[in-house]
Design a protein around this ligand. Structure first.
Ligand SMILES: [Zn+2]
Length: 284
């Protein structure tokens, strides 16, 4: 049984071996509303199964529940607070959103790989995700991320140059975070409210600097998915309701596969374990 599973998943990364021509362009052009809740539920089961087949998935991804009417209260994860966290109202660092909904959130970092097929896949499958962008990797092609935004994805702040922030002064950290806020506002028309510190490393100055330039939340992650494996923060090596999953905009230069291969791996585990992918911003 194990051997069979390994064999099947070993084949699924090869485009030529996947049924349903995963690279095929969706027939319906993605609109800005693609991925909204109403759009997701109105999409018939047959359409969702057909989209899953087009992209080489064994099963259609599950449809998430409606966004919560009352947003959960987000606090810093135990042990992830800084001095002054509550008193100064600093952006909380957290890895899981408190919810009983069987959902996880996909977050994608940095911005090096700009794969057009990935944009089409996520729109066609109606999988929400949140991007955390670092300017030095995206400045050669802001247009790619404008198209992502136009497909309904929220773009967020991952600094100008992706430094190890605790090694910088307050003013230097503020330049990295607020400088990126300014660029994103100019390029994408909206000032982010979410910020992720590079490598998940931060100190009190990081969160004070982030707050000073309009950041409300500092989500990190509970699991990380690569093209060929998963990594877990918790000892049970499992998914939990409300978990934030990290991956990266990476392709064959760094991985033995593509963004779309990574998404297939991500969705296989999430769906097999009975989870849907929800939009992080709907819970904040
Ligand atoms: Zn990063």
């Amino acid at each position: 049984m194990l051997a069979l599973t390994a064999l099947v998943s070993g084949c699924s990364g090869e485009e030529s071996g996947v049924k349903g021509t995963p690279g095929q362009q969706p027939k319906v052009k993605a609109s800005p509303a693609a991925g909204s809740y109403a759009d997701r539920v109105s999409n018939s089961q047959a359409e969702r199964v057909a989209a899953a087949e087009r992209w080489g998935l064994d099963r259609a991804p599950l449809v998430p529940p409606a966004p919560p009417a009352t947003k959960p209260v987000i606090k810093a994860r135990d042990g992830f607070e800084v001095d002054g966290q509550e008193e100064e109202g600093l952006p909380p660092v957290f890895t899981t959103v408190p919810t009983k909904d069987k959902v996880v959130f996909l977050t994608i970092d940095d911005g090096e790989e700009k794969d057009p097929k990935f944009l089409r896949m996520m729109s066609d499958l109606k999988i929400p995700y949140t991007a955390f962008l670092s300017n030095y990797l995206i400045k050669d092609d802001y247009g790619y991320f404008r198209e992502m935004r136009d497909r309904g994805v929220t773009l967020n702040n991952h600094t100008l140059h992706h430094p190890y922030l605790p090694g910088l002064s307050y003013d230097e950290q503020r330049e990295e975070i607020c400088g990126m806020q300014a660029i994103m506002t100019k390029q994408f028309g909206k000032r982010p409210t979410l910020f992720r510190p590079p490598y998940g490393n931060y100190n009190g100055d990081t969160l004070r600097a982030a707050k000073s330039c309009g950041i409300e939340y500092a989500p990190i992650w509970d699991e990380e998915v690569y093209v060929d494996h998963w990594e877990y923060r918790e000892d049970d090596r499992d998914l939990h309701p409300g978990d934030i999953v990290l991956t990266h905009f990476r392709g064959r230069a760094d991985w033995d596969g593509t963004m779309t291969d990574m998404v297939r791996r991500f969705l296989k585990k999430v769906t097999d374990k009975g989870y849907a992918v929800a939009r992080l911003e709907d819970y904040l």
